[in-house]
Structures are given as C-alpha cells and as structure tokens.
Write a protein that binds this ligand. Structure first.
Ligand code: HEC
Length: 267
C-alpha cells in the first residue's frame, strides 16, 4: 500500500513537473512574442510599398493609384479584408497578389514575365509584391474580414480551395488537413493552427503577411501557401495561379468575422 502511494506520488510529481515544464515553455514563447511586437521591421516594407504604389512605373509610366483593388480605383483602405473577390474587368476571381500582377500588366504595361521575375525576395533582391502587400494589408489592420461568395465564380473558387485543402497526394500522401486539422499543435515556436475550425482559420489567415525573423523577410500569404506546398512535397505552386487563389479564397472566407491583424511578426 505504501509502495502504491509512493508510486502515485512519484507519478504525480513527474506529471506535475511535465506540466510545469510545458507552462514554462509557453510562458517563454509568450514573452518572446511580446518582445517581438515592440518593433516590427515590417514597417520598412510598408513604407517601401506605399512608395511603390505611388511611383509612376513601367513602360506606360503610370502609378498603381489607378489600380482597383475592389473598392474603386486607388482605394486601399479596407480592400484586403474583402479579398479575394470577383473582378468583372478581368472576369476572374483574384487575390491581392494576382490583382497587383494584373494592374502591373494592364496599367503599367509590364510583360507578365517581367512582372513575375521576383515574386519572393531573398537577401538584397527584394520583391515588389512583398512591399506592396505589406502596405496594402496594413491599411486593413483592424478591419473585420468580409469576403463574399455572392458571385458564382467566387463560390467555385471557394469549392476548389476546399477540395485542394483536403486533397491528399505526393510521396507522403499528405493533404493540408494532415498537418492542420488538430488543436494545440505546435512545431518549434510556431503554433500550427487547426485551419478546419473557424478560430484556427481566423488566426492563420489574419496574421499574414508577416515579417519572418528567421528569414529577415516580409512574407505574403502566397508565400505561406507556397511554403506549405513544399512541406507537403507538392510541386511548386504557380504564383497567381487559379489554385493559389482558390486556396486563399477558402481560407480567407473561413476567417470572416475576425479583425484583420497584419503585417504580423513570426519566428
Ligand atoms: C507537413 C505538414 C504541413 C502541411 C502538409 C501543410 N502545412 Fe501549413 N504549416 C505547416 C507548418 C510547420 C507551419 C508553420 C511553419 C512555420 O512557422 O515555419 C504551417 C503554417 C501554415 C499557415 C500559417 C499559420 C499561422 O498561424 O501562421 C497556413 C495558413 C498554412 N500553413 C496553410 C497550409 C495549406 C493551405 C496547406 C496545403 C496546401 C498546408 N498548410 C499544408 C505544416 C504543414
């Protein structure tokens, strides 16, 4: 009997210390994150993006202030909280990056090849998309996500995105859901949100773009999905492709109701 009590006490102590270690780790992560929020280098990308938006550029020497992000030409405030959306001038559903590409080609006169030369930055070669996305999304900070499926093509994009999210394939037979359908998962210092639940989708969507401390770069939502394609051992996701827009539409719509809160800062 005393031996049993002894074992119970020992197990209790082990579990208690396990729980304690877990709490300490969580406290440390919370502290690390709070420190990171103090100064977010994303502001440098935001400033460059605002400048890029206003500069006359491309063969036609016009600025992106003529670009309609869905709320009228040049209207940036709150635009990201309603993207992706259907654009009648292109007869397509577009997310922010594909809309910017569209405007660079149709307004500024860039060729598609030139406009997609550098979609993600590395080292000293920065990407215009990351800067533009940083500024444009910052103009939706605090705005409640309100993506609409009213248009038939938006409905179709959402359904394609949902299908892609649950589609299993590749050498490991992974789908997005394989890694993103459990609560309280964490890899290294980054929470792995359950994207199949409203709360997780809201958290996972409204905190991108983000400045990645580990990379010293500001990353967009297209980059995020692209990087997960890599983790899934899928072929590279084509920038601005129908599939990338569909996955974004699926996750953005599921984030509806939450206040947008990016550019954020992540490990
Ligand atoms: C093999 C596991 C794996 C698969 C499969 C996977 N992801 Fe991820 N995902 C991760 C990891 C790990 C992170 C966090 C990465 C980090 O912090 O570097 C992440 C992060 C994310 C985030 C950002 C979450 C946040 O709060 O910052 C989104 C959104 C996301 N993934 C979407 C997807 C989509 C869409 C797919 C399918 C195309 C997918 N993931 C497939 C492992 C995976």
């Amino acid at each position: 009997m005393t031996r049993l009590i002894g074992i119970a006490a020992l197990l209790g102590a082990i579990f208690a210390s396990g729980a304690h270690a877990q709490n300490t780790t969580l406290d440390e992560i919370a502290r690390y994150r709070a420190q990171l929020q103090d100064g977010n280098p994303a502001e440098l990308w935001e400033a460059r993006g605002e400048d890029l938006w206003k500069q006359k550029r491309g063969p036609k020497q016009v600025s992106l202030e003529q670009c309609d992000l869905g709320k009228g030409r040049g209207v940036v405030k709150g635009a990201y909280a309603e993207l992706p959306r259907y654009f009648s001038d292109a007869d397509k559903v577009m997310d922010l990056e594909s809309r910017l590409l569209h405007c660079m080609v149709t307004l500024q006169g860039f060729s598609r090849a030139d406009a997609t030369k550098r979609v993600f930055g590395s080292g000293s070669s920065r990407s215009d998309y990351e800067a533009l996305a940083a500024w444009i999304t910052s103009e939706s900070r605090g705005v409640v996500m309100k993506v609409s499926l009213n248009h038939q093509k938006m409905q179709e994009a959402y359904e394609l995105g949902e299908k892609a999210f649950y589609f299993r394939g590749g050498p490991h037979d992974f789908s997005c859901a394989t890694c993103h359908s459990e609560d309280n998962k964490r890899i290294r210092l980054q929470d792995l949100p359950n994207l199949t639940q409203k709360k997780g989708a809201q958290l996972g969507y409204t905190t991108w773009p983000a400045y990645r401390v580990s990379q010293g770069e500001l990353r967009t939502f297209q980059w995020r999905i692209n990087d997960c394609f890599r983790q899934q051992r899928f072929p590279d996701l084509v920038f601005g492709s129908e599939l990338s827009i569909a996955l974004t539409a699926f996750l953005a719509y599921n984030a509806n109701g939450a206040a947008f809160n990016a550019p954020a800062i992540k490990r």
